[in-house]
Design a protein around this ligand. Structure first.
Ligand code: FAD
Length: 464
């Protein structure tokens, strides 16, 4: 009998899942499949999830376990260093081999390579599959064979590659109760999602997240359907207007792999408005670009991609505690940014246009290092993603790939005039705006802009 262990990571779905399809196929003659999720907060270099993402993960795992049950696949839950947990579970469950969807961060790749080598060395099979990106990062390279640092040629190259076929949900592989009792007979407990302690308790700050999101695979599919059937044709027009529902809100589902990027890309062809379909696809292309960058520059979350910025005199949160607190609490006195920071705190999400304005205010006008803002987003975003978060922060800061020239500093008041002229978004999140309870601006925009530009000029080659 073949028993395949399917190690889930950022691929918490059953639809369009190449590793699952393979495992089910391998089980077709008298075999079965066992699922595994390992919460790994211990392997050095693997970044522990932030609070909002942990909340999402809790629900995503419960939903995955339900969907797998219908396929006759129990989901085991474990906690600890993956390089120890996975081989131990392979052994305990009597699996013949393990399969997984690839990850692309440096420490994750090292872990996966060592698990593969260990298992193969002991006679087990170990196979990895695509599924979290449209194309594997190493298949997209410049004419010289290196990584891209500019989005447009990257995207042109990416778009020219053929896509794999979208995969259906596999048919049930075995009787769930049979597999479960065979595991119990071998002394293997399933483990419980609750034991991972992912939910906030004291205090329970997740009320706003619960109100806004359905963090399940079905929730992701419904969001995609609603976008394609009702909202997507207005995407080019509405995507920059935070007061309307103009974007897909798919980012957390893509983050946790509950919707595959290929499903989202393919669904775009159902839109009637071709410019909207193309723009939406190019946003998915930005996601690929961020992962391409992290794959080739694993230090992206810590180090400036453009090293000239190492000399920029950004300050830290510890040096400017009041300023950082005002920014993170949405009390800077710039209503467009404050609305975004409160949307983030309450719902775990922030509109992209506002993310750019909020990040720019922090790193350029308030002079605080992008890493501090990145860490705050990491803790509070439900879509916090190891590639997209640092890549976008570095893009705004000017230190990253394809960065906007440093001198293009977002003016939060001008952004508000252009993208929220009737203050629909501002009033939704900052009810006291216009009253005496609302704070005065934390900084003079013009003077702080001049100072940022002067500091930039001090950097070697600071010509923008
Ligand atoms: C400072 C900053 C930090 C960010 N941090 C993250 C993050 O941690 N995780 C994250 O997924 N996105 C991040 N983004 C990108 C972007 O803001 C979000 O992807 C977007 O707001 C998600 O909303 P949506 O799904 O409705 O987007 P849509 O407009 O519907 O876009 C569709 C999908 O394309 C992808 N996408 C869109 N824009 C970008 C982009 N600029 N970079 C990478 N992918 C993109 C996302 O997967 C998104 O779900 C960040 C942007 C900034 C400026």
């Amino acid at each position: 009998m073949t028993r395949t262990l399917l190690w889930f990571r950022d691929d918490l779905r059953v639809e369009d899942h190449p590793a699952l399809t393979f495992a089910v196929h391998a089980a077709s003659d008298d075999g079965d499949v066992v699922g595994l999720y390992v919460l790994d907060d211990e392997t050095p270099g693997i970044r522990p999830l932030g609070g909002a993402a942990r909340w999402w993960l809790h629900h995503a795992l419960l939903s995955l376990a339900d969907r797998l049950r219908d396929l006759g696949i129990p989901l085991l839950i474990r906690c600890g260093p993956a390089a120890q947990q996975v081989p131990a579970v392979v052994q305990a469950t009597g699996s013949t081999g393990v399969v997984w969807t690839r990850r692309y961060g440096g420490p994750e790749r090292e872990t996966d390579a060592s698990v593969k080598e260990d298992l193969r060395g002991r006679g087990f099979t170990a196979h990895s599959f695509p599924g979290s990106l449209l194309q594997e990062p190493w298949t997209i390279s410049t004419g010289g064979g290196g990584p891209y640092r500019v989005f447009t040629p990257f995207y042109k190259n990416l778009s020219g590659h053929p896509l794999r076929e979208l995969l259906p949900v596999p048919k049930p592989v075995a009787e769930y109760s049979g597999v479960q009792s065979s595991l119990a007979g071998a002394g293997v407990s399933l483990g419980a999602v609750d034991d991972l302690d992912l939910l906030p308790t004291r205090p329970d700050w997740a009320g706003g997240l619960r109100d806004r999101w359905t963090p399940t695979e079905e929730g992701g599919q419904q969001r995609l359907r609603q976008f394609v059937d009702q909202e997507g044709d207005a995407y080019t027009r509405a995507r920059d207007v935070p007061g309307v529902q103009g974007t897909s809100l798919l980012s957390p589902y893509l983050r946790f792999g509950q919707v595959s990027p290929l499903s989202a890309w393919t669904a775009a062809s159902e839109l009637d408005h071709e410019p909207s379909a193309s723009t939406f696809r190019s946003e998915l292309g930005w996601r690929e670009f961020c992962w391409h960058l992290l794959y080739h520059f694993p230090d992206l979350p810590e180090k400036n991609l453009r090293t000239q910025f190492d000399a920029y005199p950004w300050r830290t949160q510890a040096q400017e505690p009041d300023v950082f607190r005002a920014w993170s609490a949405g009390r800077t006195g710039f209503p467009f940014v404050d609305a975004g920071m409160r949307e983030l705190w309450q719902s775990g999400h922030m509109h992209n246009r506002v993310r750019m304005a909020a990040a720019s205010l922090l790193v350029k006008n308030l002079g605080i290092h992008w890493r501090e803002g990145e860490a705050w987003f990491w803790d509070t975003l439900v879509d916090a993603d190891a590639a997209s978060n640092p890549a976008n922060w570095q893009w705004v800061a000017g230190s990253g790939a394809d960065a906007a020239p440093f001198f293009r500093i977002f003016n939060p008041e001008r952004q508000r005039d252009r993208f929220d002229p009737d203050d629909v978004y501002v009033r939704r999140w900052v009810p006291e705006f216009g009253s005496e309870d609302y704070p005065d601006p934390l900084v003079d925009l013009r003077a702080s802009r001049q100072q940022a530009l002067a500091e930039y000029q001090q950097l070697s080659g600071g010509s923008g």
